[in-house]
Design a protein around this ligand. Structure first.
Ligand code: HEC
Length: 253
């Protein structure tokens, strides 16, 4: 009982931390004036809810932009009933970020297109999603060192996750096992970005990721990683046998 209470308190502290920090390091997002702000406000949170990837909405030029003039590189995502085509594009390094790619993939996917089509102003649909596109198969390039990834996972992630099937440890309550997550279609994205989402955000620093941490906020032993460590963990997770998806999802098998 007492242990349970302590756990609850810990979780509460984590959540409080996260609420305070959420969005602080997100990519920024802006849109041309002719694109109704209500449309963006409708679409973006639905993506964030699903993926926990958030963008900071800005009025100036964002890292990610919805524009109506065809950009040199970008993706057409919808057409307004006023006739303008709307494209999405990203500036500089943001274009390579998993967050941006996930957003574009979602916008042209069935759920993303349905969200765009659902939006109404005064009962009228104002945006027509882009033609369905063949989803390009995600190309996964494994460059990391699997054995080092395994070591890192055992020493850092096993505090909370079951990281290997042979491992008898069950993990903490709400932390899914690595096998369960390996069976998700988007495992690669999740394992590329885990350090940007709760509860890791407060705990794990990745040198070179551009994300600064306030060490004073961290109450348990922090974890310091390099970008190359993330690739090594990806290589390790890639080598795991995914949990059988035919069965209902078990988070802690
Ligand atoms: C302090 C405990 C803790 C540690 C340490 C930890 N995790 Fe997690 N992790 C969690 C919890 C809890 C969740 C589930 C969060 C949720 O569903 O809201 C999670 C979720 C994840 C996810 C899924 C994220 C998503 O997008 O849904 C991945 C991937 C992940 N962890 C990888 C790792 C890796 C790799 C490490 C080690 C470098 C690690 N975690 C260390 C607690 C932890």
């Amino acid at each position: 009982m007492i242990r349970k209470t302590i756990k609850l308190i810990t979780v509460a502290c984590f959540s409080a931390l996260m609420v305070g920090q959420s969005g602080a390091f997100a990519l920024s997002l802006s849109h041309d004036k002719v694109i109704p702000a209500e449309l963006i406000q409708y679409v973006v949170p639905r993506f964030s809810l699903k993926t926990r990837i958030r963008f900071d909405r800005v009025d100036s030029v964002g890292d990610i932009q919805f524009v109506t003039e065809r950009p040199e590189s970008g993706t057409q995502v919808l057409e307004l009933i006023s006739g303008e085509m709307v494209y999405i594009r990203a500036m500089g390094e943001a274009a390579q970020s998993p967050e941006y790619r996930a957003f574009v993939d979602w916008l042209v996917s069935d759920p993303g297109r349905a969200t765009i089509a659902d939006f109404r102003i005064d009962g009228r649909q104002i945006a027509i999603p882009a033609e369905a596109q063949e989803a390009a198969p995600v190309e996964i390039v494994i460059v990391g060192d699997r054995d080092h990834g395994r070591e890192l996972s055992w020493s850092h992630c096993r505090r909370c996750h079951k990281v290997d099937r042979a491992d008898k440890y069950a993990g903490i309550g709400n932390a899914p096992s690595f096998h369960a997550m390996r069976s998700f279609d988007d495992w690669y994205l999740r394992f590329s970005t885990f350090y940007t989402v709760s509860p890791h955000k407060a705990l794990i620093s990745v040198k070179g990721s551009g994300i600064e941490k306030n060490r004073e906020l961290i109450t348990i032993a922090p974890i310091d990683l390099q970008m190359s460590d993330i690739n090594d963990i990806l290589a390790f997770v890639h080598s795991l046998t995914p949990l059988d998806l035919g069965k209902p999802i078990q988070f802690n098998p």
